[in-house]
Design a protein around this ligand. Structure first.
Ligand SMILES: NC(=O)c1ccc[n+]([C@@H]2O[C@H](COP(=O)([O-])OP(=O)(O)OC[C@H]3O[C@@H](n4cnc5c(N)ncnc54)[C@H](O)[C@@H]3O)[C@@H](O)[C@H]2O)c1
Ligand SMILES: O=C(O)C[C@H](O)C(=O)O
Length: 356
């Protein structure tokens, strides 16, 4: 009888908290609902998605809610988080979902997080480069990074917002200014380039893409995306025409999707898949699993540039080891020089945005 009365009280409290009007006014209504459910929640890591109501953010929220290593999932955006949070929170998986709307709730969204994934920002339209997004996205990434430095300085950050070649430098400069920069914990997400490379190479080889591993190094825009086809696993050889075709297709995979979407944005579904794959690897590393290796755009001494994408080993501290490039063929050596030239300018642009 008493248990029944307690349950009825909980129902009344949840119903009151679920009024969308409360949420719109900036209350933490879904946070309170999350707290009700947290009692039955699974042990695991606390993950925040910033930009959770967007094209990537919504699918990524779904995928992270399915990850058994996630115990708490915070969904933050400047619009539409009440609906996305209500929707995702009905999934019968372990993670407790809490929604946060608007900048006044950013700090609550970030406090206590182990991993922060950032797909916030505008996407490309046909005819645009990723660098054309800098004007808007640089400021968004700065604000979100300031929040991270203040509220969860030890979290691992997965930065998706474009242009990644510049936004990672922006976040690093914000963290340096705040005295919280840990080079192992800031990672630009380039997994989509690897995912595409594995798919396109598998098509040429006539095998299952899950059996293919293509290292993609450099950065995440045009010629800075450098697939190392000489290091494909399983060991494979390609003709000059195949190498040219594959390199171009991998470098222009993003543009292929932007053009196909014809003004309705850029890759969201394959990106959410790639982001969930990378975030899952970060969480496995955090948990202490051995041998977790992914490509990422990270603080690096592999080249003379301060950031560069290569394979990294993910562990409890983030990117605990940054791997060297390995042997390159002539085609790849030429590609590397082109990539470095463009990357240097993009990284510098990000640095100057904060230092100016
Ligand atoms: N790294 C990669 O491989 C990769 C791949 C695809 C897309 N991207 C980039 O990811 C970003 C998002 O793409 P999308 O298709 O999801 O865009 P989208 O427009 O569908 O979603 C972006 C979301 O960010 C939110 N947002 C805007 N300003 C914000 C702020 N200050 N704080 C929190 N949220 C904010 C918007 O409200 C929106 O919900 C773009 O910059 C895109 O270029 C990167
Ligand atoms: O191409 C874009 O603008 C989005 C993203 O960087 C991608 O590679 O799909």
């Amino acid at each position: 009888m008493e248990a029944r009365a307690g349950a009825n009280q909980r129902i009344a409290r949840i119903s009151a908290h679920l009024q969308p009007s409360n949420f719109q006014e900036g209350s933490d209504v879904l946070l309170k609902r999350g707290e009700c459910r947290a009692k039955g929640g699974a042990p695991g890591f606390k993950v925040a998605i910033l930009g959770a109501a967007g094209g990537i953010g919504q699918s990524l929220s779904l995928l992270m809610k399915m990850n058994p290593l996630v115990s708490v999932l915070h969904l933050y955006d400047v619009v539409n988080t009440p609906g996305v949070t209500a929707d995702v929170s009905h999934m019968d998986t372990g993670a407790v979902v809490r929604g946060f709307l608007g900048q006044q709730q950013l700090e609550s969204a970030l406090t206590g997080m182990d991993l922060v994934i950032i797909p916030a920002g505008v996407p490309r339209k046909p005819g645009m480069t990723r660098d054309d997004l800098f004007k808007i996205n640089a400021g968004i990434v700065r604000t979100l990074s300031e929040g991270i430095a203040k509220c969860c300085p030890n979290a691992i950050v997965n930065l998706i917002s474009n242009p990644v070649n510049s936004t990672v430098a922006i976040a690093a400069e914000v963290f340096k200014k705040a005295g919280t920069y840990d080079p192992k914990r800031l990672l630009g997400v380039t997994t989509l380039d690897v995912v595409r490379a594995n798919t396109f190479v598998a098509e040429i080889l006539g095998v299952d893409p899950r059996e293919v591993d293509v290292p993609v190094v450099g950065g995440h825009a045009g010629v800075t995306i450098l697939p190392l086809l000489s290091q494909v696993k399983p060991p494979s050889s390609f003709t000059a025409e195949e190498t040219e075709y594959l390199t171009n297709r991998i470098q222009n995979g993003g543009t292929e999707v932007v053009e196909a979407k014809a003004g309705a944005g850029s890759a969201t579904l394959s990106m959410a898949y790639a982001a969930a794959k990378f975030a899952g690897a970060c969480l496995r590393g955090l948990k202490g699993e051995a041998g977790v290796v992914e490509c990422a755009f990270a603080d690096s001494q592999v080249t003379e540039l301060p950031f560069f994408a290569t394979k990294v080993r993910l562990g409890r501290a983030g990117a605990e080891e940054v791997y060297q490039l390995g042997p390159l063929n002539e085609y790849e050596r030429i590609g590397l020089e082109k990539a470095k030239r463009e990357l240097a300018g993009s990284i510098q642009k990000g640095v100057e945005f904060i230092r100016k």
